[in-house]
Write a protein that binds this ligand. Structure first.
Ligand code: EPZ
Length: 429
């Protein structure tokens, strides 16, 4: 298993290119299933999860070619195998996003239940509830969701969908299913993330009739057919937020090219409250911060919540900043039930953190000291890299396959900003 070796204490300076968003690219690759015509996606990030999704759609019979410039060309003619097998779904929950498009276009689908993951049970009951409201018949057998249309029906039907909680991929499945359904679908408590807006914009380019995307109420008029399109994946606000927290922690001055400040209000507000200078500039976002953080930054309390609130996907990374900032802070995780697994690893680096249920109480310390730590999930990995960048001495982050799922060449980008970080391949380690 690959590891990252980090020697802390360097400030970060220069410019970094923010890649396309993982959580937009994944549903958009599935959206290509909605038409038999060619679909071209630009700015697709080079990530393990994207490779897994390409394997999944190719396994169904989709032709999918990726070039070296981040462009993926897909063509989902008649699929030989409209199925998402357990072997692939167990490695990536986002495979559930195949369910809506397959059902909408082919009238049937067989998708493995994703099973749990490190950060929580993450059921898909709301996906099933919403698609059943659209007329789908879904049974769960031997760990698979077997979905079909009732006899005599060739299309899903529009429906009013109100889920028990806001669900990002649930909203995405409903958007894709409703685009080809008969009649109107109204999503009453839709997710509002920028990745939802980006998917809706791609579907509209394919001929879908959608309005209200980006708000909690989305209205979709189904059409009979969708055509191909060309679309560029929106920049990754979580990758950008991760780099903002890294610069805040180490000190320095960095321009994040392609980052969208308007997608990161909650995080940028907290960084400014902490004492960083963050400015939207032509083509990106610039951050400058003084070191050491314990003298110049004030720790910030926050609670994660649905967009546009503070993102759960930024909780671990901002905690890494609080750990070495001045004062006490309270971090509350309201979305997932087990998203504090980075805490024990940070304590090994010298952090002072106490967890009580959904709340982590952090006491800022003057200095962390390098150690060997273990990544447990995608964003926890990123928070350990940030902690390693400021720790005194060497930090070895193990199991960074978690990091590779969602970050496009992170160590190369950090080295480009002056960090002392290198990948040690599993074979050599
Ligand atoms: C998406 O996951 C993201 N993944 C996650 O990013 C992100 O953390 C999450 O949204 C919340 O913002 C992708 O977009 C591929 P949810 P998703 O459905 O859609 C519960 C990352 O680090 N729920 O919005 O799976 C669920 O358990 C990843 O990039 C149900 O109970 O999240 C959670 O508590 C991690 N039943 C809450 O709702 C359901 O059917 C929100 O989950 C669906 C969800």
């Amino acid at each position: 298993m690959d590891k990252l070796l980090i020697r802390g204490g360097r400030q970060l300076r220069g410019e970094v290119l923010i890649s396309g968003a993982k959580n937009a690219a994944l549903p958009e690759l599935c959206a290509a299933l909605l038409t038999g015509q060619p679909v071209t996606l630009h700015n697709v990030p080079r990530l393990q999860d994207v490779s897994t999704m390409l394997k999944l759609v190719r396994n169904m019979g989709v032709s999918a070619e990726r070039d070296d410039n981040g462009t993926v060309r897909l063509e989902a003619g008649d699929l030989s195998n409209p199925e998402a097998p357990y072997e692939l779904v167990k490695t990536m929950r986002a495979s559930v996003l195949a369910l809506g498009p397959l059902l909408a276009r082919f009238g049937h689908a067989k998708v493995s239940l994703p099973g749990g993951c490190a950060i929580g049970s993450r059921p898909v009951d709301q996906h099933i509830k919403g698609l059943q409201a659209m007329g789908a018949e879904i049974v769960v057998e031997h760990g698979y969701m077997i979905a079909s249309l009732p006899a005599g029906r060739t299309r899903l039907k529009g429906a009013r969908i109100l889920t028990d909680m806001v669900t990002v991929t649930g909203t995405e499945n409903f958007l894709m299913a409703a685009a080809l359904a008969e009649g109107e679908t109204l999503l009453e408590n839709a997710a509002q993330e920028p990745e939802i807006v980006d998917l809706a914009e791609m579907l509209i380019r394919m001929g879908a009739k959608i309005e209200g995307h980006g708000t909690s109420h989305i209205r979709i008029q189904g059409v009979e057919k969708l055509h191909g399109c060309e679309h560029a994946v929106v920049a990754d606000r979580i990758e950008a937020g991760t780099f903002l927290c890294a610069v805040a922690a180490t000190g320095g001055d960095v321009f994040l090219r392609h980052a969208r400040a308007d997608h990161m209000d909650a995080v940028i507000d907290k960084l400014r409250d902490a004492g960083c200078t963050v400015a939207a500039q032509e083509g990106g976002v610039r951050i400058s911060s003084s070191a050491p953080a314990c003298e110049h930054l004030k720790a910030q309390s926050f609670s994660t919540t649905e967009y546009p609130g503070f993102p759960t996907d930024m909780q671990a990374q901002f905690m890494a900043l609080n750990v070495i900032a001045r004062g006490a802070s309270m971090v509350t995780e309201t979305i997932f039930e087990n998203r504090f697994m980075h805490v024990n690893e940070m304590v090994r680096l010298g952090a002072t953190i106490h967890v009580e249920g959904k709340v982590a109480m952090v006491e800022g310390v003057q200095q962390l000291s390098g150690a060997t730590v273990m990544a447990t999930d995608l964003r926890a990995s990123a928070s350990l890299v940030i902690a390693g960048l400021v720790a005194d001495g060497e930090t070895l982050v193990d199991r960074i396959y978690h990091l590779d799922r969602g970050y496009d060449r992170m160590e190369a980008k950090l080295r480009g900003l002056g960090a002392d970080i290198e990948r040690i391949s599993g074979a050599a380690a």
